[in-house]
Design a protein. Structure first.
Length: 192
């Protein structure tokens, strides 16, 4: 529910009023943290999300007077930042295709995220046409060079490049859709 003086706070903040910023921060910090924690399943990442979102709010404070509905604007910003954080975490596991034991031991939450994304990645690879799947696995999992893959599969290096490009596009699209579904579910839960 928006504050009765939310527009006034945004106007004051756009003029550099740090107290107005602090008021908005105190009102929304917990909610943004909850969004971050539910999406990222990590205390540290949720805290980083809160800091990133409010830093961006402060940086863009002069534009906020144009925002008619601050709460949805803030939640959208938080969701987009969380989605970017998920993609960063996922890219560590998706682009390299590490083995199960190669997951960094930074935190239990990060390990869980890595396993979730690895499962999504494996589903995406299973959906590829056989030749693309083979090229993808040889390139991303066995780290073979294009020429080595071409020799092993008895195809040209350009065909390997084409197959890999198609495979990467399909894998990224599949992973994006499945990560996006989690975000949509979360938004539905928060709107109830």
């Amino acid at each position: 529910m928006p504050l009765p003086n939310e527009k006034e706070l945004l106007l004051q903040m756009s003029e550099g009023d740090e107290e107005a910023f602090r008021t908005l921060y105190n009102l929304y910090r917990g909610r943004i943290y909850t969004v971050g924690y539910n999406l990222l399943n990590s205390n540290e990442l949720a805290e980083e999300l809160v800091q990133d979102v409010f830093l961006r709010i402060w940086i863009k404070r002069t534009d906020l007077v144009k925002v008619d509905y601050f709460t949805p604007y803030l939640y959208t910003m938080a969701r987009n930042h969380a989605y970017s954080a998920l993609r960063r975490v996922a890219s560590r596991f998706l682009s390299v295709g590490e083995a199960e034991d190669a997951i960094p031991d930074n935190t239990t939450d990060e390990t869980i995220l890595g396993k979730d994304y690895r499962a999504i990645l494996q589903q995406a690879v299973r959906r590829l046409p056989p030749q693309q799947a083979m090229v993808y696995q040889l390139s991303k999992e066995q780290h073979l060079k294009r020429e080595e893959i071409a020799a092993r599969m008895n195809i040209s290096p350009e065909t390997v490049k084409t197959y890999l490009n198609h495979a990467m596009r399909s894998v990224r699209a599949y992973c994006s859709v499945h990560m996006e579904i989690d975000l949509i579910i979360l938004c539905i839960i928060f709107s109830l």
